[in-house]
Design a protein around this ligand. Structure first.
Ligand code: AMP
Length: 211
């Protein structure tokens, strides 16, 4: 069973790498941001509750996100492993995840920290465009997509505007960075440099996981 937590600031490539690695290992890629954006698009109760937080670049309250993960990990497709992307983002969430892992009998997991500088994050996020239909992410600096391969239209995420990105980086430093210390103390962290070609970063992640 392969359990991987992808950890890193917004724009570090967690989503891109999470999708690629999940496909290679045939395990689900579970991204709390994706789950909530989908709920917002569909207009569900969850979507209505969380929209305001996502739009502002603030964290959604712990109890809501922990419940999303608890429900998601209870499904059968997680039995061979899974990749978490964007969770845990607070100390409380990390503790809740430990409790969940204990209940599920999961002892072995790895936290891959994708390290990317603030300057690179700001550059990447300003060029990021997301497909409204399938969620695939493009970057206008590297590709010149007019629309998504699936035919869906590309848009800029509400929280990818420069002011929101600034706030998300602050939130990352204040609330999420401490999670790194939590896992360091447990000797679970493997850090990699995320400022490289997508395929190179994928290779580094696979090297760590399949070691
Ligand atoms: P992401 O797609 O991972 O960049 O997440 C987008 C937004 O979703 C964040 O800025 C938060 O508003 C919310 N979010 C995603 N994951 C979490 C989490 N684990 N805890 C709290 N808020 C979250």
């Amino acid at each position: 069973m392969k359990v991987i937590i992808l950890f890193g600031p917004p724009g570090s490539g967690k989503g891109t790498q999470g999708k690629i690695v999940a496909e290679k290992l045939s395990i689900p890629h579970i991204a709390t941001g994706d789950i909530m954006r989908e709920a917002i698009t569909k207009g569900t109760e969850l979507g209505k509750k969380v929209k305001e937080f996502l739009d502002k670049g603030e964290l959604v309250p712990d109890d809501i996100v922990i419940e999303i993960i608890r429900e998601r990990l209870s499904r059968n497709d997680t039995k061979a492993g899974f990749i978490l992307d964007g969770f845990p983002r607070t100390y409380n969430q990390a503790q809740a995840l430990d409790n969940l892992f204990e209940k599920l009998g999961i002892k072995d997991y790895i936290v891959v920290h994708i390290d990317v500088s603030d300057e690179e994050i700001i550059k990447r996020i300003s060029g990021r465009r997301t497909c409204g239909r399938c969620g695939r992410v493009y970057n206008i600096y590297f590709e010149k997509p007019k629309s998504c391969e699936c035919g869906g239209e590309l848009y800029m995420r509400e929280d990818d505007s420069p002011e929101k990105v600034k706030r998300r980086l602050e939130v990352y430093k204040e609330s999420t960075y401490p999670v790194l210390e939590y896992y360091k103390a447990k000797n679970k962290i493997k850090s990699i440099n995320g400022e490289a070609e997508i395929s190179e970063v994928t290779k580094k992640i696979l090297d760590l996981i399949l070691r």
